[in-house]
Design a protein around this ligand. Structure first.
Ligand code: PEP
Length: 251
């Protein structure tokens, strides 16, 4: 089965609205002829409305970096699914390792967010990944299985989920997993999805790799059979660099 590649930028807590406008002007020009893959940028919440309006009618989609599972209420500082939908955002990154480790989000909370997002028709990019210690202890497989099983509990439409395998030790560190480590993890993830939702759905679900992806390594990573795209932090912050990643261009 051929899965359409997705190249997604996670801008984290970088870029003001005016910085994002400058970026978009340059980036859209660089990738305007790309039609055979999906491109998505997830800026901070405050940039979302402006980005949605700037990118309307282009080949670049806009996603959010987080979402709370409740529809509304006294949840100071949180943003709901209906709020995202109202401004035209239909994709959200959930369970990013920075949410898990800095903000102490656990598998159960992430599961509630995934279920809520899908209920609103918002596509979750569901991030999973092991820490360095877990890898060194030989626990990578168990950790990924646990994150998938708990994260997808009660999810009827697994086909609407995008998974991002992001080894925590490779995020923002400059350390990329080896091609073998990436392919092994992606094969394991697809097998687990097959167990949960059946082989056909497992073959259709896109599994992105994230962790220090840059122009120098994207081409090799994208040759791996079970890698369907990339979730990119640092190297997505410059339009030239992210446009090369989108094109799988080394230099
Ligand atoms: C990320 O934030 O999801 C990420 C993979 O970051 P980086 O590309 O900087 O490692």
């Amino acid at each position: 089965m051929s899965r359409r590649p997705l190249l997604a930028a996670n801008w984290k807590m970088f870029k003001t609205v005016s910085e994002s406008k400058d970026y978009i002007d340059i980036f859209c020009e660089l990738i305007k002829d790309v039609t055979d893959r999906d491109i998505l940028i997830a800026p901070s919440f405050v940039c979302l409305p402006e980005m949605v309006s700037m990118l309307q009618g282009t080949n670049v989609q806009v996603g959010a970096q987080n979402m709370y599972f409740e529809e509304k209420g006294a949840f100071t500082g949180e943003v709901s699914g209906p709020m995202l939908l109202d401004i035209g955002v239909k994709t959200v990154i959930l369970g990013h390792s920075e949410r898990r480790h800095i903000f102490k989000e656990d598998d159960e909370l992430i599961n509630k967010k995934i279920v809520a997002a899908l209920g609103y028709g918002i596509t979750p990019i569901f991030c999973i990944g092991e820490t360095l210690q877990e890898r060194e202890n030989g626990q990578t497989g168990d950790v990924l299985k646990r994150q998938l099983h708990v994260g997808l509990q009660g999810v009827a439409a697994v086909e609407n989920v995008i998974v991002a395998y992001e080894p925590v030790w490779a995020i923002g560190t400059g350390k990329t997993a080896t091609l073998e480590q990436i392919e092994d993890a992606h094969v394991l993830v697809r097998k687990e999805i097959a167990q949960l939702a059946g082989e056909d759905i497992a073959q259709s679900v896109r599994i992105l790799y994230g962790g220090s992806v840059k122009p120098a390594n994207v081409k090799d990573i994208m040759t791996l059979e079970d890698v369907d795209g990339a979730l990119v932090g640092g190297a997505s912050l410059e339009p030239e660099s992210f446009s090369k990643i989108v094109r799988f261009e080394q230099n």
